[in-house]
Ligand binder design. Structure first.
Ligand code: CUK
Ligand code: CUA
Length: 702
């Protein structure tokens, strides 16, 4: 075999490479290629398996030890490359402090959204000194750079998810995050000034007028101090109504207020809708007001807080509360408006209903008529009727008052039904066929049961009856049905958020992933099989909500070149093409930079030791998914620059040297060349000595 002349080959390669480079510089190698367009559902043609294909499939199934059910489950969840999911699951990220977005039915992780924890891929909290993200993560001046996210809530219009905003609560620090679903970025974090931690957040009213934050462990409101001996007198619970300004896309703290509550441990909340619009409901436990302290001879918390047979469902007329707040009848604690218990009792804002027994979840049926309460230590769920509640309030059917003067509604007057389901009921979701689904933590099962009232005609089962149970693996906490918290759930998919995975996946050390299990709940008469297990190895999520994917109207690129995602507007400081460069005013320096494949302009930035630098970058990209990164090693700087995005960071150039900066996203064939140098000139020239002649590494090693 004869070799081709070398020179010829290399000339050919050079020509090819130049072609590639030109295409890459032109920037539309990907966007315009229709032959590589994704596979759409509408392109699919009906199939008919031939006997030979059936035989092949059977052989394959047998070789992989798959049952017929397994094949069906695979067919229900498998998405061919390029095909999109029907739903997006927004899941709390637990201790990661983030939110995860997962496609359903494929259960593929689409991305995480940083909320309470800095995250470098998204450039969240890696913008140097005075970083806007790190600043808003501070509590009382201290950096608190993680969260324990529990309950995400999608914004609603008329009781339907509208796909515009997502809220998420941080249990550990009593904070709420506000995410704009146009660009999937956190826009705001509000800290509750009354309490250290919370739990029942976030839940929205049916038009997202308010985001509800229920409390949990009672404290002295407003960061006060009192010993456990003063628990009854000084400790308080709370629930906060955060006013949401949809036009601004922000919570308006000045129009927000809280209700002072007895020092029971308020737990989950849910807003009324339709029949119960204008109310919300909060569970509680530890109405015993146990203060623990086994060392001093008192029962430990877990026993002390579980003595009574019933606790109190808090029924709040929030429209009345809003009026009382607007009439100026709230008092201020730590600068925040609080409606006292006396006012709530006098104005008819707050009522209690007895609820068995150490309840956890409260969930309102889609028609708003019933509130389902799951008592962790009771094998039943208890169903309350809003009509009965309203009537009992009107007729003053009270069984007494609690120690703080809040009227307690007569249990039998407000109870609609009790349904025996099994051990450890926690949370309930709904479908479109008149069924409810309750997680059973101790049974490790999902219970399907029939609703009554107007739902009775929707299914063939007797009302208020357990219909079936499906085992899940293992110890389910929340569950989540498609569009499950809306006035019109879809009733096809249900997620079991299983807390323990034990043997379901390969072992990953003593710390094992959580298990998101997908259940098919389409057919009422048969089983509801688990059709997919998805390990979640990035935190312990608590709750999620599932929205139809086509309701999300996300931006492909930012609306204008120089868009600031923090303000969600064109930034006046955004560097423009042709205006790049370094502006110096004494030791205050502004760097104006643009980024586009495969180039930062300017490529060299000359600074002097001690300079205080504000560095601004605009991505002038206009192509979907053409993301660049920008990092400076050693200065803890990393940005994500999405198409059209403006970003800014500040730092003091206190360590002289020659620093390559580079793009951290593989954006193009010449991505590695998308770099430049930051030169920080030392203040005084180094003293001349022998080490001057040695390589820098040797000199710095001494
Ligand atoms: S909680 Cu975790 S299983 Cu925070 Cu809603 Cu119930
Ligand atoms: Cu830009 Cu890599």
């Amino acid at each position: 075999m004869t070799r081709k002349p070398r020179a010829h080959t290399s000339r050919l390669h050079v020509a090819l490479a130049a072609g590639v480079v030109l295409t890459m510089i032109a920037g539309d190698a990907l966007g315009q290629d229709t032959t590589r367009r994704r596979r759409r559902t509408e392109d699919a043609k009906p199939i008919e398996l031939t006997p030979a294909q059936v035989a092949d499939l059977t052989k394959l199934a047998n070789s992989r030890k798959l049952s017929v059910d397994d094949l069906v489950a695979a067919a229900k969840t498998y998405l061919p490359s390029g095909r999109h999911d029907d739903y997006v699951l927004f899941s709390s990220g637990g201790q990661s402090g983030q939110v995860f977005a997962i496609g359903v039915p494929s259960m593929r992780l689409l991305r995480s959204i940083s909320v309470f924890t800095p995250e470098s891929w998204q450039g969240y909290g890696f913008a140097g000194d005075n970083d806007a993200v790190r600043e808003r993560l501070k509590i009382n001046g201290k950096p608190v750079e993680w969260g324990d996210t529990h309950h995400p809530a999608l914004s609603e219009s008329g009781g339907e998810y509208d796909g515009q905003f997502l809220f998420i609560g941080d249990k550990a620090n009593a904070r709420l995050g506000v995410i704009d679903l146009r660009d999937w970025e956190t826009k705001q974090i509000v800290k509750n000034p009354l309490t250290v931690s919370d739990h029942g957040a976030a839940f929205v009213t049916p038009n997202t007028d308010y985001v509800i934050e229920g409390g949990q462990y009672a404290t002295v409101l407003g960061y006060g101090y009192a010993t456990p001996e003063d628990y009854k007198k000084s400790y308080r619970g709370m629930v906060t109504m955060w006013k949401f300004d949809r036009a601004k896309g922000r919570i308006d703290e000045s129009q927000s207020f809280a209700l002072e509550l007895p020092p029971y441990w308020q737990d989950l909340a849910d807003a009324g809708k339709l029949a119960s619009d204008g109310f919300f409901f909060v569970n509680s436990f530890n109405t015993e007001m146990a203060t623990g302290g086994i060392e001093s001879g008192k029962p430990p918390f877990e026993a002390g807080a579980s003595q009574r047979d019933t606790d109190y469902l808090h029924i709040v007329d929030w429209k009345k509360a809003e009026k009382v707040f607007k009439d100026g009848k709230a008092k201020k604690i730590n600068g925040f408006s609080v409606i006292t218990m006396d006012t709530s009792a006098a104005e008819g804002i707050l009522y209690f209903a007895p609820e068995p027994k150490s309840p956890h979840g409260v969930d309102v049926t889609p028609n708003g008529q019933y509130m389902v309460v799951a008592g962790k230590l009771d094998p039943h769920v208890t169903v309350y009727s809003i009509e009965k509640v309203k009537k009992a309030i009107a007729d003053k059917k009270f069984s007494g008052k609690d120690d703080y003067g809040i009227p307690i509604l007569d249990f039998d007057a407000v109870k609609e039904a009790q349904v025996e389901l099994g051990l450890g009921p926690l949370h309930t979701q709904f479908d479109d066929k008149g069924y409810a689904y309750t997680s059973l933590f101790l049974d490790s099962a999902v219970a399907r049961w029939s609703l009554g009232g107007e739902y009775d005609s929707k299914n063939a089962d007797e009302p208020w009856k357990l219909v079936q149970k499906t085992p899940v693996q293992y110890n389910i906490g929340h569950l989540c049905a498609a569009e499950g918290d809306t006035v019109s759930p879809d009733g096809n998919y249900l997620i079991s958020m299983s807390k323990w995975s034990v043997d379901r996946f390969l072992t990953t050390g003593p710390l094992l992933p959580q298990n998101f299990q997908l259940l098919d709940i389409t057919s009422p008469g048969t089983t509801m099989p688990v059709i997919f297990d998805a390990p979640i190895g990035v935190g312990e999520p608590h709750y999620c909500q599932m929205i139809k994917a086509d309701k999300l109207k996300s931006w492909d690129i930012y609306p204008e070149i120089g868009w600031n995602p923090h303000t969600q507007a064109l930034d006046p400081h955004s560097p423009q093409k042709g205006k790049e460069g370094v502006v110096r005013d004494g030791s205050t320096v502004t760097v104006n930079m643009t980024a586009i494949r495969s180039h930062f302009t300017p490529e060299h930035v000359m600074l002097e030791e001690g300079d205080h630098v504000t560095w601004r970058i605009t991505s002038t990209e206009q192509t979907k998914d053409a993301t660049h990164g920008f990092c400076i090693g050693g200065y803890n700087i990393n940005l994500s620059l999405e198409p059209g995005e403006f970003a800014e960071f500040e730092f003091t150039a206190d360590k002289p040297g020659t620093y390559p900066f580079y793009c951290t996203e593989f954006c193009s064939a010449l991505h590695l060349e998308m770099m430049g140098y930051l030169h920080i000139k030392p203040k005084a020239a180094p003293k001349a000595d022998a080490s001057d002649t040695k390589p820098a590494t040797t000199a710095s090693a001494k």
